[in-house]
Ligand binder design. Structure first.
Ligand code: ADP
Ligand code: NA
Length: 349
């Protein structure tokens, strides 16, 4: 039995919202808490991915710090996990270049995320479009190769991701298998990782519940941050969009707003219900206003310890946060350099 290595990354987008938390970060903490002692866990703040779009240097530094404090506040333990910033481990860029020499342009062009960046329908042919080719950046096109490097550097066996990243994981596997085929003599050089699909459903925007909750939504009220105060949580839920049907019922298609609220409640406190449907049946007599208050309460109770720890970390000595990240980077680099030595050696560079 091979030892498990779990790797995942998140961009330095500042304080996470409930979508990031329920869709990804909560799973990381759970994996940490349930991992056997010989499992290695690595969690990276992937700032090299963030620069595929234009960034302000000060805002980037601030968001990186906020994300680090958030990860720690949520319960990731730097003694148990390797938590680090991607750009401080240079091997990511080096392996990316090597992998990109074996990466297919056609395959990259078929990535759903790339197509959505081009605003192409997902069934469009990959290489035709774009009369705006000069504005399209190579880094945005090739960032799945960097993602593959992130994963493959650490001999990762399992990658927890959301549905939207499953295609990139498949691409990572293809790169690893291709590399091993070309360059491994006896045992495979690169470990081919498995996808651990996050079980959570998409958390929807509070103001427009047919869209997912997202940091890029201009409406601040569309999302709850994991550090929002009790008052902010109540205010945002109060203005959440529901509908004029009387009472509570669960139907993601026809009642997206109400169902999203029930899902939120279910995630934080299912109250013994086995499913959101069952939870909704128990709440059917509630008015919208009463439902929103109940949801606000369970969300507040669910995140208030995190909020407290976050405030402590951000208000405390800055040096402590920097040291967590530097220590993580040192530990990550040892593993990454081990992989790179074997890769360089096998390639004759
Ligand atoms: P955003 O959509 O706010 O830009 P990211 O794309 O940075 O968020 O996503 C970071 C992680 O959070 C990913 O694993 C993604 O799948 C997850 N995630 C983001 N938004 C949601 C959401 N609304 N529901 C569930 N998971 C989400
Ligand atoms: Na996004």
């Amino acid at each position: 039995e091979k030892k498990q290595v779990i790797f995942s990354g998140i961009q330095p987008t500042g304080v996470p919202h409930l979508g990031n938390y329920l869709g990804a970060l909560r799973q990381w903490v759970k994996l940490q808490d349930e991992a056997s002692p010989d499992t290695t866990l690595l969690f990276a703040i992937v700032d090299l991915h963030a620069i595929t779009i234009k960034q302000d240097r000060y805002a980037l530094a601030r968001r990186r710090k906020e994300m680090l404090a958030s990860l720690l506040a949520l319960g990731l333990n730097p003694k148990r996990c390797i938590i680090f910033t991607q750009s401080s481990v240079k091997q990511h860029s080096e392996l990316m270049w090597i992998l990109s020499c074996g990466a297919s342009m056609g395959y990259l062009g078929r990535m759903t995320q790339w197509k959505s960046k081009l605003s192409l329908p997902s069934n469009a042919s990959p290489l035709d479009p774009a009369d705006n080719k000069d504005a399209l950046k190579l880094g945005l096109f090739s960032y799945p190769v960097l993602q593959a490097a992130d994963i493959l550097l650490y001999n990762t066996t399992h990658v927890p991701v959301g549905e939207d990243q499953a295609q990139h994981l498949e691409f990572t596997r293809e790169l690893a298998v291709g590399f091993n085929h070309l360059h491994s003599s006896s045992r495979p050089l690169l470990t081919v990782p498995q996808t651990l699909l996050s079980p959570a459903k998409r958390v929807m925007s509070l103001t427009e519940p047919t869209k997912k909750m997202s940091k890029s939504d201009a409406q601040q009220k569309s999302r709850i941050l994991i550090t929002d105060s009790r008052e902010e949580i109540h205010a945002k839920l109060k203005t959440a969009l529901t509908d004029s049907v009387e009472g509570v019922s669960y139907d993601r298609e026809r009642r997206p707003g109400v169902s999203n609220l029930v899902d939120l409640m279910f995630h934080f406190d299912h109250g013994g219900a086995a499913s959101p449907e069952e939870l909704a049946r128990g709440l059917r007599g509630l008015s919208m206003r009463a439902l929103k208050e109940r949801v606000a309460h369970v969300v507040d109770v669910g995140i208030r310890d995190t909020r407290g720890r976050y405030e402590e970390l951000m208000g405390g000595d800055e040096r402590a946060l920097i040291e967590y990240a530097e220590d993580g980077a040192r530990r990550a680099e040892v593993i990454a350099e081990g992989t790179m030595k074997r890769v360089r050696d096998a390639m004759g560079i």
